[in-house]
Design a binder for this molecule. Structure first.
Ligand code: FES
Ligand SMILES: [Fe+2]
Length: 314
């Protein structure tokens, strides 16, 4: 059966488009454009900020994170996330193995209680909670900014955050998402039809049919761009869910290891949307998270192969 012609799409009808090219996707794909757009992204300032994880994961018990070759501990202190080196200033015990009491992180070895203040050489790092993700600022003060570069987000949304670790560097994750031409072939369960409708030096817009279930799909226009070197954002610019964003953040763990932390912020103009969130929010989050994990299970192999080729290991 010709699946393209048998597709059923629902939602707002989009204006007809001039398809830029009708060649097969592998001919349309522009590796040189991907590399150029990637290099432009890598030169953008980050202000020293790295995504740590989902805000809702940082609670009243310590959590260990490894970022750029070092261990950190995160916890919630009087409603504010804190991130600090995961080594007690007394005798270097792992604070992530301790507990949180009255906003203090308490060392498991001799009970030293630390809050948001410096203690000797130990001090919590600048931390920013954007409401969905927690960021930490690392590295040199010279280029540091007060806040991370945040993408535009919808006012009201249902948010889902997933994490997937991959054997690659952050740039391989960004490069994967700068290649829309692989979508229909590599993820046939999720994308049914895809055309590039606009391409600038640092953004690419596609008209894509996103498969909801088998032949049932939603057609939207989606734009990809990088606001900073370790983030690529997909924004729905026309069709169902306009204003929704998928932020893919690539946080280095160690050289050749990266945490892909992806936040989906779904929105809709439909009045039923808020009722739906209120009633089925938990279920929808699990569904969106499951689909995002499925895509990244595949895209991680793409990013890992790109990394291996760059490093001469393939
Ligand atoms: S190592 Fe933490 S209190 Fe001694
Ligand atoms: Fe992909």
């Amino acid at each position: 059966m010709d699946t393209k012609n048998s597709l059923i799409t629902f939602g707002q009808k989009l204006e007809p488009i001039d398809v830029i090219a009708t060649e097969p996707d592998w001919v349309q794909a522009r590796p040189t454009w991907i590399e150029r757009a990637l290099n432009r992204a890598l030169e953008l300032p980050s202000g020293g900020w790295y995504v740590v994880g989902a805000s809702r994961d940082i609670r009243n018990r310590p959590r260990r994170y490894r970022i750029d070759g070092r261990e950190y501990v995160a916890w919630l202190s009087r409603g504010q996330p804190k991130v600090a080196p995961d080594a007690c200033p007394h005798m270097a015990a792992s604070l992530a193995d301790g507990s949180v009491r009255n906003g203090h992180i308490v060392c498991p070895w001799h009970g030293l209680a630390l809050e948001g203040e410096r203690h000797g050489a130990w001090f919590p790092l600048p931390t920013f909670d954007d409401g969905v993700l927690v960021w930490v600022r690392l590295g040199s003060e010279d280029t540091a900014t007060a806040q991370p570069v945040l993408p535009n987000r919808p006012v009201r949304y249902l948010d889902t955050v997933i994490r997937k670790d991959a054997r690659c560097d952050p740039e391989d994750v960004i490069a994967n998402r700068l290649d829309p031409w692989h979508g229909v072939h590599f993820h046939p369960h999720s994308f049914a039809r895809l055309n590039v409708i606009e391409q600038t030096e640092d953004s690419i817009t596609v008209r894509v049919v996103y498969r909801v279930f088998r032949r049932l799909g939603i057609e939207v226009d989606a734009r990809f761009h990088c606001p900073e070197p370790r983030t690529i954002v997909m924004t729905i610019v026309a069709g169902e869910g306009t204003g929704s964003v998928v932020e893919t953040h690539a946080t280095p763990i160690d050289p050749g290891r990266t945490a892909i932390i992806e936040a989906t912020l779904a929105t809709s103009e439909r009045p039923q949307f808020h009722v739906l969130i209120g009633t089925f929010g938990g279920l929808l989050r699990r569904l969106v998270g499951w689909r995002a994990q499925k895509l990244w299970a595949e895209d991680a192999t793409y990013a890992e192969r790109r990394y291996a080729l760059r490093k001469g290991k393939a």
